[in-house]
Design a protein around this ligand. Structure first.
Ligand SMILES: [Zn+2]
Length: 252
């Protein structure tokens, strides 16, 4: 790190749990953020501000007036622009040191596989089960840690998965893929604006801890937030021995 970086990140470096070594790991790291919406906005802002050296921000949508209530990466002036590009612009204003790659499409297939393979950590900030399961499959296959978040109405949830650890559960162990799962979308269900901020910021916190090697990342626990009472509760879960994604030796 140069002198300016040492200054910029000094409040991290002062933390014993991060220090120069942990901050250097952040500067050297690459994060993939899937979704530049309500969760992806605070997650991306914190990762960039904290100095994660390379960030790939993927989203296939354009900025819409109805996004601005919670998606704090975007601005009134950028309505109609691709969210990934709008997000890249916002991050550059906070920290020009960070190299941001904007992917203006919904990730799937080989493109997703290549990006997951290249990432040190993946943040699932998307809004649909098909992408969540596709991201999970690639994270299991590539053994890339996955920080998953969700927010709808006043309900938030967070879980971290790390397939580098033997016997670790995956997203599919917790939420098996099924054809009849009804998709709950913010577009129709509504979502409390700061709830996405709380969960997205927690995703950033867990991702930064994973990269820097600070503290403890709790695996096998789903955190649930009731935003109306501000009550947190957690549910422990283990690997599903029948999980088609992580339990068989042959990942689909
Ligand atoms: Zn699994």
């Amino acid at each position: 790190m140069n002198d300016e970086q040492l200054l910029r990140y000094s409040r991290h470096i002062l933390l014993d749990e991060i220090g120069i070594e942990g901050q250097q790991r952040l500067v050297n790291a690459k994060a993939l953020i899937v979704g530049a919406g309500g969760l992806g906005s605070p997650a991306a802002l914190y990762l960039a501000a904290a100095g994660v050296g390379r960030i790939t921000l993927a989203d296939g949508d354009q900025v819409d007036l109805t996004n601005l209530q919670r998606q704090i990466l975007h601005t009134q002036e950028r309505i109609g622009q691709p969210k990934a590009l709008s997000g890249k612009m916002a991050l550059a204003h906070i920290n020009p040191e960070v190299r941001v790659e904007a992917i203006n499409s919904r990730l799937a297939g080989d493109a997703l596989a290549a990006l997951v393979a290249d990432a040190d950590v993946v943040l699932d900030c998307c809004d649909n089960f098909a992408t969540r399961h596709a991201v999970n499959r690639q994270c299991v296959r590539q053994r890339t840690p996955l920080v998953s978040g969700a927010a709808i109405r006043f309900a938030g949830q967070l879980a971290v998965f790390d397939s580098r650890r033997a016997g670790a559960p995956c997203y599919s162990c917790l939420f098996p893929e099924a054809d009849d799962v009804e998709e709950e979308r913010c577009a129709v269900m509504g979502v409390f604006a700061p709830l996405t901020g709380i969960i997205g910021a927690m995703q950033a916190a867990e991702a930064l801890k994973l990269i820097a090697g600070a503290g403890e990342v709790v695996l096998g626990r789903l955190w649930l937030l009731d935003g109306l009472s501000m009550d947190w509760r957690s549910v422990n879960f283990g690997q599903d021995p029948q999980c088609p994604v992580c339990a068989s030796g042959d990942v689909k």
